[in-house]
Design a protein around this ligand. Sequence first.
Ligand code: F3S
Length: 398
Amino acid sequence: MFLTKEEKRLLKGEEGFAVRKSMEILVALGSIYGAQKLIEVGSVQVAGVSYHNLGDAGLEYLKELARDGKVKVLTTLNPAGMDLKNWQKLGIDENFAKKQNLVIDAFERMGIIISCTCAPYLIGNLPIYGEHIAWSESSAVTFANSVIGARTNREGGPSALAAAFVGKTPYYGLHLDENRKPDIHVNVAADLLKISDWGALGYCIGKKAQNEIPYVTGIKNATLDELKSLCASTVTYGSKPIFHIKGITPESEKHKPPKRTITIRNIDIKNAYKSINDDFSDIDLICVGCPHCSIKEIAEIAKLLKNRKISSNVEFWIACSRLVKQMADKRGYTNVIEKAGAKFACDTCMAVAPLKGRFRSVMTTSAKGCYYSRHNSMMTKMGGLDECIAAAVKGKWN
Ligand code: F3S
């Protein structure tokens, strides 16, 4: 890979340990994937924030980098393992909180914005069309590539951090035009009536397209929240963090539907629910906000919870960024929601919080949320927002 004089200087360690380590990572990645050079990135989004996933080894690595590492571009963080302020309210153990705070301290010393959200595009880390970025949260990577038309590979935590310290990433994969072309035509002939249907659609697309880039037709319109949900589940159940939707996503204009076509019908959506939903009726946890809620979704939750009471049998969590919660505070939504007995889970989410063993079952609007909850040994149920709220009030499903 070609390196400029300046990049060679960084690789020699002339800007310190963190930058040298980062250059080593970027050069190794570039060599593996055949990149010709490094390119500048407009922003970075770093995953691997929860102490639950990092453990002590990860924490030590971050502390070492934080000794002299400072980010060169706008860099935001994925959710942590707890609400950084109200972790006690969510039943997080004190020892875990101490370790999580050390992780956050390390990121803060690097100059990273402690945004702790998987929807950075809702809080100001918003790239423009065609911009090269280095993001690592899979749902956000898919949103950036597909909905915005920005360009990023699905970075790991270390490679995203490396890009942040150098301000560059290797030029390969989804940064290149030729790797963004669709491989398979997905014709959607199904009704999408509630938010969870978009998760179910992503399940179907991901499972059917697997390692191919889908070109989707048949969708007439979609909201940001629906696309957010679709991005999360498509990449969770498939593997490519990019798709194009005719008439909706910007790069769809550049391409024609590939010849090979699969069709997704109502029966496929129904079958997606069947495989995502386990058979149970007592629910321990209801969680919405995967990916993190927008202010519009929180307004809707407040509307549905007004003058209602969550059953004492269940915990109801709303996962969002702290910034979005601040907007909810100002608009009075927080008051309504907390009066009903629901809790905000800012800075964190159902997948990265240490929930294993605490809850036996979860209901959510999110197909991705169900996937990761099963990894946490929970039984799962997916439904629309009003179904989640009805179950929360009743204390059980059905
Ligand atoms: Fe975000 Fe956690 Fe879901 S990171 S996409 S809320 S699993």
